[in-house]
Design a binder for this molecule. Sequence first.
Ligand code: HEC
Length: 145
Amino acid sequence: MKRGLKTMLLVLLAIVLGIQLFRSERSNPPVMGDLRAPAAVKEVLRESCYDCHSNETIWPWYSAVNPVGWLVAADVIEGREHLNFSDWENFEAQKRWHMKQEILEVVESGEMPLSVYLLMHGNARLSTEDRAVLTQWVQSEDSMR
Ligand code: HEC
């Protein structure tokens, strides 16, 4: 019985160590067209969104430890695929306009930033003021630019 437990713990340890060999790539590709927007807007987006929606991800230490690392990397890869502020200026005007509407939608619904992210990044939570800044940006006259 006791020996069985020891074997189990050893197997578990081997698994935990073994999965560390399968590192996700934690890359930050070059920034080719970073969003140009008023400073207040940039500040909110950088604080709350850039870790998953830009090529300037600040990879936290636990992203080097699997299985959590896999989850973090998956969110970043998927987040960049959907919306990447580092490419924003290369989008067609139409796409930028559409994206802004999407941003408003997910911000108002509280869908973004993802709640799992907020567990470790409390200051990324959007305040009423942050939301107002983003709403005003989306609805501003130059929103087609
Ligand atoms: C922890 C990573 C993470 C953070 C932080 C984050 N997002 Fe996301 N975002 C994702 C992922 C993953 C998806 C795609 C899957 C989904 O929709 O849930 C996504 C999808 C989106 C979409 C949908 C795009 C589309 O094509 O429909 C928008 C818009 C968006 N995010 C905006 C934001 C904004 C604005 C912020 C900051 C206030 C933010 N996100 C913060 C990971 C993140």
